[in-house]
Design a protein around this ligand. Structure first.
Ligand code: BG6
Length: 510
């Protein structure tokens, strides 16, 4: 979409009021990292562009390397130009960068926190008022406890007369035990309402729309149960490989990287009961109930419910690409999976017996994130002699990306004298209905954290409940290291993925 189109007033979103945000200093630890450059700084710019930042908004970057404030500002400017979803307006950018400072040092060095305090106090002095403090931990996960403990020790976890909050990036632990340990460490310094564990999928408009779709429409909810639904398939396929992230990815793998967090969250949104109100506690209570209704996998059944594989060389995005084992930084003979698929069941009154299939992988045929809900077939086909070959059960497909929207697949008669049926689509596309691009997930999530609203963040018990499901699979896979089944880069994924499906089910094409 061109910039001119974006700037036109949009009648469909007119009258929407912004929720107020208190004056805040945001401190990004890991300020020169990939996430900060690609997502956080552009998100802040876009919020500034929309006038959605508070009048007094200050930013402090903390990272290891020595550099002057001006140099850091120049890096921010470059990142914003490169990654912002909007064309950059020079005045807005100048206004944002005016209040940016940089503090260098290693995260375990107490001098860093002394310096940080000084800058925080200077900002308040100039603003002439107390500013809330929001610490964003966008570092390698090994530093999460180091930073949290240092903030506690140095007296920065509270500030009289204003709110202090902390956003913690993923991965939140790499096992159940580690997640529990990290929760214990964080909650020894901060109280739960101060803690914002980020899962950026929750900030996606389409994920939030799942709630609107289910709970603001009377039409679907009566069907939303085991009596009408045959299966649910949740796919997060990516065409990209691991890029320069081998250091992280080779330790993580697809299960930890995408399934333990994003995909289980999507499952929760499909399966949860209607919350009494859309408040942080009510919504998260309902999600935790779903996670608790999923039985912890037992070692003997893991082969029947879980599949893993690795991409080999192939063709992707119009070029030949290397296999995972030849990517730079990947350990020799690594048995890290780049594809994982699971079959889970939610053992409760609504869902008993309905399989939820989850699959995620790198270097697949294309990028697509979707939830496909397939209804049971009709009980009787009166016109079968007339060639109703194309009759298929109804499907509801919620596409998160690309082409965000909802598609309802119905059977329709092909025009003509015979009763021949084929599937057709009824479609709702965000881009068409709202004439605007959805904001990036991080824009919404940073705003919510500044406002102190944790609804779209993961609670401590929730993250542990997610690990409870994935931990036994991670352990079983660690005990049988491989070599793993390979799938060609750019393909539909490994053949073995079929193994975990019920006999009459098939994966949707990617
Ligand atoms: C991140 C994973 O959390 O999500 C990445 O670490 C993955 O490996 C990314 O590429 C996918 O996010 P999105 O928003 O592009 O679907």
């Amino acid at each position: 979409m061109s910039t001119v189109e974006q700037e036109l007033p949009n009648p469909l979103v007119e009258g929407l009021e912004r929720l107020p945000v208190d004056p805040t200093t945001l401190v990004i630890f890991g300020a020169t990292g990939d996430l900060a450059r690609r997502k956080l700084l552009p998100a802040l710019y876009n919020l500034a562009h929309e006038g959605a930042l508070p009048e007094h908004f200050r930013l402090i970057g903390v990272a290891r390397r020595e550099k002057a404030h001006e140099d850091y500002r120049a890096e921010c400017e470059q990142a914003i130009h490169q990654f912002s979803r909007r064309a950059v307006d020079a005045d807005v950018l100048k206004g944002l960068l005016e209040h940016v400072k940089y503090v260098p040092g290693t995260f375990d060095d107490e001098h860093v926190y002394d310096e940080l305090r000084k800058v925080l106090e200077q900002f308040e002095k100039h603003a002439g008022e107390r500013l809330n403090r929001l610490f964003y931990l966008s570092t390698a996960p090994t530093f999460f406890p180091v930073i949290v403990q240092a903030l506690g020790r140095m007296g920065l976890a509270e500030h009289e007369g204003s709110a202090v909050r902390v956003i913690i990036e993923k991965p939140f632990g790499t096992s159940l035990a580690q997640a529990k340990e990290l929760n214990r460490c964080v909650l020894a310094v901060f109280s739960e309402p101060q803690v914002f564990r980020i899962d950026h999928y929750l900030g996606k408009e389409t994920v939030q729309n799942m709630m609107a779709f289910r709970f603001a429409n009377g039409m679907f909810e009566p069907l939303w149960n085991r009596n009408y639904i045959d299966q649910v398939q949740i796919t997060a396929a990516e065409d990209i490989g691991i890029g320069s992230r081998a250091g992280y990815y080779d330790q993580a793998g697809a299960l930890r990287d995408l399934i333990q967090n994003h995909m289980l969250q999507l499952l929760c949104h499909v399966a949860m009961e209607p919350p009494v109100r859309f408040s942080a506690e009510e919504v998260r209570n309902e999600k935790v109930k779903v996670l608790c209704a999923i039985a912890k996998p037992i070692a003997q059944e893991i082969d029947r419910i879980a599949v893993r594989a690795q991409y080999s060389s192939g063709h992707s995005g119009g070029e030949d690409v290397a296999g995972y084992l030849h990517e730079e930084g990947v350990r020799e003979n690594s048995s890290t999976e780049t594809f994982a698929a699971l079959r889970l069941e939610v053992d409760n009154w609504r869902w008993a017996g309905v399989p939820f299939y989850l699959r995620a992988g790198k270097r697949l045929a294309r990028k697509v994130t979707e939830i496909a809900v397939t209804l049971k077939p009709v009980p009787h086909l009166a016109f079968s002699q007339d060639g109703s070959l194309g009759v298929r059960p109804n499907q509801l497909i919620l596409t998160l990306q690309p082409n965000e929207g909802v598609t309802l697949q119905l059977g329709a008669k092909i025009p003509g004298t015979r009763m021949v049926i084929r599937p057709v689509n009824m479609e709702f596309l965000y881009g068409t209905s709202f004439l605007s691009q959805s904001p990036e997930a991080y824009e919404r999530l940073i705003t919510d954290a500044m406002r102190g609203d944790p609804t779209l963040f993961t609670r401590n018990d929730e993250v542990e409940a997610q690990w409870r499901i994935c931990d036994p699979i991670v352990k079983a896979w660690e005990q049988t290291p491989g070599p793993l089944e390979q799938y060609e880069a750019g393909s539909q994924g490994p053949r073995q993925a079929q193994r975990i499906l019920r006999a009459d089910h098939h994966w949707r094409a990617i």
